[in-house]
Design a protein around this ligand. Structure first.
Ligand code: UD1
Length: 406
């Protein structure tokens, strides 16, 4: 896949765009599928680099995974003989590979997963995952960059998460779904992707209640039966195209969204979401927080938009400590953004200008695409592979809206 995007700026986005399935729901459901007996079929999984890596990981582990002709994804773990470790090189490419910790422990009581890869946006430790699976009866050793977990005597437990971590909540729900007794996760993450995981597991016979609130209760069952399930739309992709309309001065109908999932960033309307750019972008102050707060994944795209706002905006990043790497790149395009620790002070400028810039992570890359749409002249985004990790057919979708991108 080409690693550079070239965008000619200054053309307003106009038309309709259909939002794909949620990356973060797709990834966790793909991991959870190995816990079912038989073949699971997932609809609406986006075909992006991250899900392709996940398919490769599943196949290396011995769970047959392939895309079907109708675009759905089939995952069929063998009855016996599946590996209990994730392949190292592939796992390094994908933070979400750590979701096999809970899935493998739930399935076969043993797991070796490597410590995080994925975006370089902060330290991303796994202490909360480890604390939780220990409480459910797994013994843990950390060796050579890997977590080795062995279920000894598993039992339901009450677990309090010091921070509502999305990944830790997901790993614990998966393991607890197959652990005898009642487990209670307190201060759980409330993201829509957690609700999707619970709905998926429940469709297979699990007993998960309270997902979407900060207390999730799971009654373990001995068996999960495979079936077919369609994942939710990607609220971050939707938000990115909404900003695309605003930043380029266009008008876009964003289709296939669940408006309530977008409450942290907008007000609800009746059908799809129509975004019409006003004459000017107004400044805003934002702080990122776990759901239902403003999503950290929308922070970089929003920074691009606010860089051309009237007045000064303040953005505080509370979730990841290293998520302002694109500031330098945006400033190369004419933005005026100053960093003070975890706060960005954005002094709006009348225009951005094309430049050669580099994507440092997925959402930083999306921010550069958005800035490029608004910029005068041509922008070259290097290292665009990060963008393809999370946005299905971004070139096709933007071209369909009138952008010049290749
Ligand atoms: C998930 C999403 C990612 C999103 C993030 C926050 C996936 C595949 N990725 O990532 O797109 O940006 O949620 O909405 O779903 N933490 C700890 N100890 C732990 C676990 C986490 O301190 O054991 C900290 C992290 O360092 C970070 C914060 O908690 O500062 C949030 O992390 P978490 O919610 O776990 O994010 P991910 O699941 O990695």
């Amino acid at each position: 896949m080409q690693d550079t995007l070239v965008i000619e700026g200054g053309l307003p986005l106009r038309g309709r765009v259909r939002i794909s399935g949620a990356k973060n729901a797709g990834l966790v459901l793909m991991a959870a599928s190995i816990m079912a007996d038989g073949e699971t079929i997932l609809d609406n999984v986006p075909r992006i680099c991250d899900t392709e890596v996940m398919v490769d990981i599943l196949n290396e582990m011995g769970a047959s995974a392939h895309w079907r002709e109708d675009g759905s994804l089939s995952i069929h773990p063998p009855q016996d003989g599946m590996k209990h470790w994730t392949p190292l090189e592939l796992s390094k490419k994908l933070r979400a590979s750590n979701l096999f910790l809970g899935a493998l422990l739930g399935r076969q009581g043993q797991a070796v997963v490597s410590l995080p890869g994925g975006c370089d946006i902060g330290s991303r430790p796994m202490d909360l995952h480890v604390k939780g699976v220990r409480a459910l009866g797994a013994e843990i050793e950390i060796d050579n960059g890997c977590i080795h977990a062995q279920a000894v005597e598993t039992h339901g437990a009450r677990i309090y998460l010091d921070f509502p971590s999305v990944g830790a909540t997901e790993n614990l729900i998966m393991m607890a779904a197959k652990t005898p007794g009642l487990s209670i996760i307190e201060n759980a993450a409330k993201e829509p992707e957690i609700v999707d995981l619970a709905n998926f597991l429940n469709s297979m016979g699990a007993k998960v209640r309270g997902a979407g609130t900060d207390v999730v209760k799971i009654e373990g069952v001995s068996r999960l039966k495979a079936g077919r399930y369609s994942i939710i739309p990607d609220r971050i992709e939707a938000g990115t195209y909404m900003i695309g309309a605003a930043i380029s001065g266009g008008e876009v109908l964003v289709e296939n969204v669940i408006p309530t999932h977008l409450h942290p960033i907008m007000e609800e309307t009746d059908q799809g979401i129509l975004v019409k750019a006003g004459r000017t972008v107004l400044h805003a102050d934002i702080k990122t927080l776990p759901y239902p707060g403003f999503p950290t994944d929308m922070q970089s795209p929003m920074l691009a938009l606010l860089s051309i706002a009237q007045g000064t905006s303040v953005i505080v990043e509370n979730v990841f400590e290293n998520r302002f790497q694109m500031v330098e790149e945006l400033n190369r395009m004419g933005a005026r953004i100053r960093l003070e620790g975890q706060t960005a002070i954005v002094e709006g400028v009348p225009a951005l200008y094309g430049a050669t810039v580099r994507a440092t992570d997925l959402r930083a890359g999306a921010a550069l695409v958005l800035a490029a749409l608004a910029a005068r002249g041509e922008t070259v985004i290097e290292n665009a592979i990060h963008i393809f990790r999370g946005y299905e057919d971004i070139i096709g979708k933007l071209t369909g809206l009138g952008a010049r991108i290749k």
